[in-house]
Ligand binder design. Structure first.
Ligand code: PLP
Length: 387
């Protein structure tokens, strides 16, 4: 079996698991309890908060734990819209559904006017038009992701943040795919909210966080307890939080090595595929660019198979896990809203390969060999049919 779908989720690091086990066993206390067992759990939660804040150069008071990035996106957007009575939002049609559907809830009732930034055929944002939109509206909330989870495109959030500051807009960035992969200096970045999800960087699932700029407030979205300083009620996922902090520590400890390694795997994949398939294949978005996209995502448009269905499913049957779009779009069966929006390669069979430190060059060779075999077989089937 080969797992090459690390943008969907990553394997739990065993070093991370070791740090979690005591909090699933001996130190099982509720962090809100005042006795020693509870205090032990509270200590672990607060140490994790400090660790995460330190890694991002943020203050620990600005980090709030959630169940993941979907919840963090909901919290940031709903919270900002309600707190600041936002009537206008600027976003991008390529954002994750957790952003688009949250905003959709408000625009449905005509409470919110939404402008989508202009993008080119590779998914790059037109910053001039973005500035024009900022200039011609006020009380604006901006939601633009750092990196796209399907095509890997990177947005210049430092520049976007500067423009938001210049025009006094609130800026939320979905940084789910870049936390742990790029260094953040939050004190220098003009962002109001950014988010992270532990399972994208070899931590456990079901836990994430939101950074909230201390100059911004946010209305609570889960009521019922005073946890997370009243912003998000509910007993904390102690072992998950401990695991997430450890996973992020490892990600930043090994960042350069990881970055170069996965970039090497991606470049090996893209150049070999290009050598073998030539013009028969193309790359979606900026995913083949070494500078404008994440080091770990390659989204390739292959020709349709004449027989035998979709390439992703054929690879799955042969023990290779890759994806067509995002894991979330699989659930709805509507295909990728990102590729549809770009209106590119819809007549092709697109596959997202996403790598991590767990992959090896040998696996890349094997995936490529399997794809070549599938296409050779396909041509063979087609030829015999014609005879
Ligand atoms: N935002 C982006 C860009 C993502 O890639 C994902 C992952 O699927 C999410 C949000 C949702 O993350 P989670 O699984 O933590 O809810």
């Amino acid at each position: 079996e080969i797992y090459c779908d690390n943008a969907a989720t990553t394997a739990l690091d065993l070093e991370v698991l070791d740090t979690m086990i005591p909090y699933l066993t001996n130190h099982f206390g509720n962090p809100s309890s005042s006795h020693a067992i509870g205090r032990k759990a509270r200590e672990a939660v607060e140490e994790s908060r400090q660790k995460i804040a330190g890694l991002l150069n943020a203050s620990e008071n600005d980090i709030f734990f959630t169940s993941g990035a979907t919840e963090a996106n909901n919290l940031a957007l709903s919270g900002a819209i309600k707190t600041y009575e936002i009537k206008h939002v600027i976003t991008n049609r390529l954002e994750h559904k957790a952003v688009l559907q949250t905003l959709g809830q408000y625009s449905q009732n005509n409470e919110l006017e939404t402008d989508f930034v202009k993008i080119d055929s590779r998914g790059n944002i037109d910053l001039n038009q973005f500035e024009w939109l900022l200039k011609n509206n006020h009380q604006t909330l901006v939601s633009l992701m750092h990196a796209n989870n399907e095509i890997g495109n990177l947005n210049d959030i430092a520049k976007i943040g500067e423009l938001c500051k210049k025009y006094d807009a609130i800026f939320h960035s979905d940084t789910t795919q870049t936390i742990g992969k790029y260094r953040f200096d939050i004190k220098k970045l003009n962002v109001d909210y950014i988010i992270g999800s532990s399972h994208k960087f070899h931590g456990p699932k079901g836990v994430g966080f939101i950074y909230i700029n201390k100059y911004r407030k946010i209305q609570p979205h889960i009521y019922g307890g005073a946890q997370e300083r009243g912003t998000r009620g509910g007993t904390e996922n102690v072992a998950g939080i401990v695991g997430m902090a450890k996973a992020l520590e490892i990600a930043y400890r090994d960042l350069e090595e990881y970055h170069n390694y996965v970039a090497f795997l991606k470049s090996k994949m893209s150049t070999t595929l290009h050598d073998l398939f030539g013009e028969e294949i193309s790359f979606n978005g900026e995913s083949d660019s070494p500078t404008n996209s994440l080091p770990n995502i390659l989204n390739v448009a292959f020709p349709h198979l004449k027989k035998g269905g979709v390439l992703v499913n054929r690879l799955d049957a042969l023990g290779i896990a890759v994806s067509g779009g995002s894991a979330c779009s699989n659930l709805t069966n509507n295909g990728s809203h990102v590729l549809k929006t770009l209106n590119r390669n819809l007549d092709k069979d697109s596959v997202r390969f996403s790598f991590s430190k767990s992959n090896t060059p040998k696996e890349i060779d094997l995936i490529i060999k399997t794809i070549v075999d599938i296409y050779e077989q396909d041509i063979f089937i087609k030829k015999t049919e014609q005879q």
